[in-house]
Write a protein that binds this ligand. Structure first.
Ligand SMILES: O=C(O)CCC(=O)C(=O)O
Ligand SMILES: [Fe+2]
Length: 351
């Protein structure tokens, strides 16, 4: 599950939008600029054997996660061939007839966000036209996780038949992103001034869904249609692979839309709501959207990494105090995921 739906309250500028997680936000202009500063963080040091190197990159991630909730990650160590292959598989899948794609319609699996959702079935911001994107989602599978201790639990994903190599290629990339995200979790712990292994117990069986997305070029104006409307993500953090088309936009604290222009070979990483809750708002889960005006088809592949569903989304010790008590009710990751997934799916107009 990836995002929360929003309801627009006033269409004129400034526009005020309410998120499904209860927050409200306003933006002053609907036009994105290149002016924002999304930090570019060199990830090579996350693999260093020296704790000082890992701590140095953690401090950069601390600032980015606190101030904007978004950063680029370069030199992350994942061979580009995995991303290229996943993008090829995305093109292949989305080129199938809709009837074939609907064999794995996301509505077939209650309480989970897996399978296919067709073009124009959501309208996350209540714009004049439905969001112009389609997606295929799949979930963590212990059998595809080299570190899984318990391989008995079946994965909830559904897969199209007669598409040899599709599942294999997507999991090949997923497995690489899983390893990177586990490593990053230790770096996030350092960033929160906790021991590096603080979250290890949470990520033995993590929430680790992924999706491929297809955004045709939009014909309607950005005032009337989104590719994916403004939202925040659900889990701890998201690692986005995007192609060269561009179109991902991030809402700055001042209410301006900033373009997250593609940097070849990099990931865009963003903090999501579960981490915001656990860090008591120290990490910010930033609103983002996609509008594809590039003149070409856009494909992307976000990987959503979160903690074990059975664990409580408890506050981390460095983010609460007598003066700064926990702002959120504590529930398990699974309860939160289910609530958000159902809120999202209820707004699907293709029941
Ligand atoms: O396509 C992208 O670049 C981002 C998609 C996204 O925000 C999501 O799926 O939650
Ligand atoms: Fe998102």
């Amino acid at each position: 599950m990836s995002q929360t739906t929003v309801v627009i309250e006033a269409k004129e500028s400034p526009r005020t939008v309410r998120l499904h997680n209860g927050d409200t936000f306003t933006f002053t202009s609907n036009i994105a600029t290149d002016l924002g500063n999304i930090p570019v963080i060199d990830a090579a040091r996350i693999w260093s054997d020296h704790i000082d190197d890992r701590k140095a990159v953690a401090e950069e991630i601390r600032i980015a996660s606190h101030e904007i909730g978004f950063f680029y990650l370069t030199n992350h160590g994942i061979d580009q061939k995995y991303a290229d292959e996943a993008m090829q598989q995305a093109k292949r899948f989305f080129a199938l007839p809709e009837q074939k794609k609907m064999e794995v319609f996301t509505g077939l699996v209650p309480n989970e966000y897996v399978g296919y959702h067709p073009m124009e079935c959501y309208n996350r911001n209540g714009w004049k036209h439905q969001d112009l994107s389609e997606a295929f989602n799949w979930a963590y599978d212990a059998l595809e996780d080299p570190l899984a201790e318990d391989k008995t639990q079946d994965s909830v994903s559904i897969w199209p038949s007669d598409l040899p190599g599709f599942r294999e290629s997507l999991y090949a990339y997923h497995t690489k992103l899983l390893a990177l995200s586990r490593r990053l979790t230790g770096i996030f712990a350092l960033a929160l001034h906790l021991p590096e292994n603080f979250f290890d117990q949470y990520i033995r069986q993590p929430e680790a869904g992924m999706r491929i997305l297809h955004y045709p070029e939009q014909k309607h104006s950005a005032d009337d249609q989104n590719g994916i409307g403004a939202h925040t993500d659900v889990e701890c953090f998201t690692v986005v692979t995007q192609d060269s088309a561009g179109g991902l936009e991030v809402l700055s604290k001042s209410g301006a839309w900033i373009k997250a222009n593609p940097i070849p070979g990099s990931f865009v990483v963003n903090i999501a709501d579960s981490f915001m809750r656990q860090t008591n708002d120290f990490f910010v889960s930033t609103i983002h959207r996609v509008i594809n005006k590039s003149g070409k088809e856009r494909y992307s592949a976000p990987f959503f990494f979160g903690f074990d569903r059975a664990k409580l989304l408890e506050p981390v010790p460095t983010c609460v105090s007598d003066e700064n008590p926990m702002k959120y009710p504590v529930m398990t990751g699974g309860e939160y995921y289910k609530w958000r997934t159902n809120r999202q799916k209820q707004t699907n107009t293709r029941k």
